[in-house]
Design a protein around this ligand. Structure first.
Ligand SMILES: C[S@@+](CC[C@H](N)C(=O)[O-])C[C@H]1O[C@@H](n2cnc3c(N)ncnc32)[C@H](O)[C@@H]1O
Length: 293
């Protein structure tokens, strides 16, 4: 784990030109530490807000989280009990804190600018992609494209064995710093996430194989190293297509009785185009172009 080399979250924020102090009041609060037994109510808005307040969270953001949850259900972007729990347990507002301009917009049905030319994906897309890979507790999951950190935050509520890779060094460092601050605050579930700054095209060889892989940047093919690092019986979700016009695919890898490996692909939006930030390429320590063929 490369956590020792990361600068603190506040230092990274300051380096990025953002007002590092604006979340300090919120961070003074103490959150009831994570446990797999924590079970947010799903019956009424009032019960959910009361439960979250008792954990130490902000009632205004809790109300927005509940309202977005209702929209996710209505739109059929969330369906599994474990993914519902993960959504209700995840403070998106903390991950949107990288940019003060989007902090209050964390629960909007939109992708949001987090700086460095990249975005935090919207809650509907993230819920659907998370549901599709159906993560079970204990499974090893790799995310390519840490970004704001919110996608791996959901995964940290599904398994204690998550890995995430970010190519933009200051962003990866900032998000690691944020996870560590949130762990100190009581969101101890983020101890489940190991992170590094690297080119995710090559996966995370030392930690492979993975039960599930989630790719959050767009590319025109499935990277062979990622397919190789996916277990037989595993699932990957990945946006594939030309720049700005990807389709989000569920890729299943299976092994036949004779040992042969096959893959099948299914579009999780039935053909709808979903534009993603490009899957860029590292040459030395510089990001140069992308991995499209
Ligand atoms: C849509 S954005 C962020 C998604 C993130 N999961 C979130 O919700 O905040 C995609 C991320 O992929 C990162 N990325 C692009 N190419 C990459 C690569 N080759 N390796 C690792 N990360 C990459 C981008 O820098 C960006 O942070």
């Amino acid at each position: 784990m490369k956590r020792r080399t990361f600068v603190s979250g506040s230092a990274a924020l300051a380096a990025a030109g953002f007002a590092a102090g604006f979340t300090s009041a919120a961070r003074a609060a103490t959150i009831k530490p994570y446990s797999w037994d924590l079970s947010p109510p799903t019956d009424t808005r009032d019960n959910f807000i009361a439960w979250g307040k008792a954990r130490g969270e902000d009632p205004v953001f809790l109300g927005q989280r509940w309202d977005r949850f209702q929209a996710l259900l209505k739109n059929k972007d969330i369906w599994g009990a474990a993914t519902i729990r993960a959504f209700l347990m995840t403070p998106r507002e903390e991950f949107a804190s990288v940019n003060p301009a989007i902090h209050k917009r964390a629960y909007e049905h939109a992708f949001l600018d987090i700086g460095w030319g990249v975005t935090m994906s919207g809650p509907h897309l993230q819920a659907r992609m998370t549901n599709v890979i159906d993560v079970k507790r204990g499974e090893k999951v790799l995310e390519i494209g840490t970004g704001s950190g919110v996608q791996s935050a959901y995964i940290a509520n599904l398994t204690d064995n998550a890995y995430t890779i970010e190519i933009i060094k200051p962003l990866g460092e900032r998000t690691r710093g944020l996870y560590d601050k949130l762990i100190d605050k009581g969101y101890t579930e983020y101890q489940h996430v190991k992170s590094k700054v690297a080119d995710g095209y090559y996966g995370w060889e030392e930690a492979a194989p993975f039960d599930k892989i989630i790719v959050t940047c767009g590319i025109d093919h499935v990277p062979p190293p990622l397919l190789q690092q996916l277990k037989a019986g595993g699932l990957m979700v990945i946006p594939v297509g030309p720049p700005g016009a990807q389709r989000v695919l569920k890729v299943a890898k299976t092994q036949g009785a004779d040992g042969s490996i096959t893959t099948s692909r299914e579009d999780i939006y039935g053909g709808k185009i979903v534009p993603f930030v490009p899957f860029t390429k590292l040459e030395g320590d510089q990001i140069v172009g992308n991995h499209n063929r």
